[in-house]
Design a protein around this ligand. Structure first.
Ligand code: 13P
Length: 255
């Protein structure tokens, strides 16, 4: 089965709920039905904007999909400041990003936590976007493939073949995030092909269904070359997703 492209804007800690409403409305005006037929388009606003964006998407029958940037893995309880997967599911969230490198680095999230989060997201019938990627030091030391291979194995441990077919993996080399320094498309393909091979080793042909995205300084000028690579099924876009014109140009990468 052909994998449908997926391009998700990760807004990170940007936009209050009023700004978020405007951003999603502007994006919607810039996209045509044909675009959605070709690409699944998602936005990941901060938690405080999810409800507002959900309401606008539903009221205007937009085909934009909704993503959250994080979740806790527990169902409920004394976890001050955390948000449970059931709360996100209730907001009709489609995807939940787990294990973003900013969470791994700044908030010390481990592969074990990422794994528990991915399972919790599936338990609530949403789709995890599991992020992996090596640091600059790891790339320079020549251990990028070991690092990413280990993240893939540990973060996805215990998932079923059906879940591997449904999951989204995002390869985001840390040195390319927010730096303007994009991975060479051939290098991104090499790592993403490697990730798919690792999935195939463990889960067989389900790996051919897994959508694997590239993230790291994606913009309208480089997305076309990235998307031309056979194993790359889309993008996780940070800075370039904050401006609806720019993000729409990324989504319509073939134009
Ligand atoms: P930039 O596109 O700003 O480099 O961010 C990438 C990213 O981290 C998306 O999750």
């Amino acid at each position: 089965m052909a994998r449908k492209d997926l391009i998700v804007g990760n807004w990170k800690m940007n936009s209050n709920h009023l700004e978020a409403i405007q951003m999603v409305q502007k994006l919607h005006y810039r996209l045509d039905p044909d675009d959605y037929d070709r690409v699944d388009v998602g936005v990941a606003p901060p938690f405080t904007s999810l409800r507002s964006v959900q309401t606008v998407i539903e009221a205007d029958h937009m085909r934009i999909q909704l993503a959250a940037q994080n979740t806790h893995f527990e169902e409920k309880g004394a976890y001050t400041g955390e948000v449970a997967p059931s709360m996100l599911a209730k907001l009709s969230v489609d995807y939940v990003i787990v294990g973003h490198s900013e969470r791994r680095q700044i908030f010390d999230e481990t592969d074990d936590w990422v794994n528990r989060k991915a399972k919790a997201v599936f338990a609530h019938e949403m789709t995890p976007i599991v992020c992996v990627g090596e640091s600059l030091e790891e790339r320079e030391e020549g251990i990028a493939f070991d690092r990413v291979g280990s993240q893939v194995q540990l973060s996805l441990a215990g998932l079923s073949a059906e879940q591997i077919g449904a999951i989204v993996v995002a390869y985001e080399p840390i040195w390319a995030i927010g730096t303007g320094r994009t991975a060479d498309p051939a290098d991104a393909q090499e790592m993403i092909g490697f990730i798919r091979d690792r999935l195939r080793d463990q889960w067989g042909e389900a790996a051919d269904e897994t959508r694997i995205l590239y993230g790291g300084s994606v913009n309208p000028g480089n997305i076309g070359a990235i998307m031309a690579k056979k194993d790359i099924d889309g993008g996780l876009v940070g800075g370039a997703s904050l401006d609806p014109d720019t993000f729409a140009a990324v989504v319509r990468y073939w134009i």
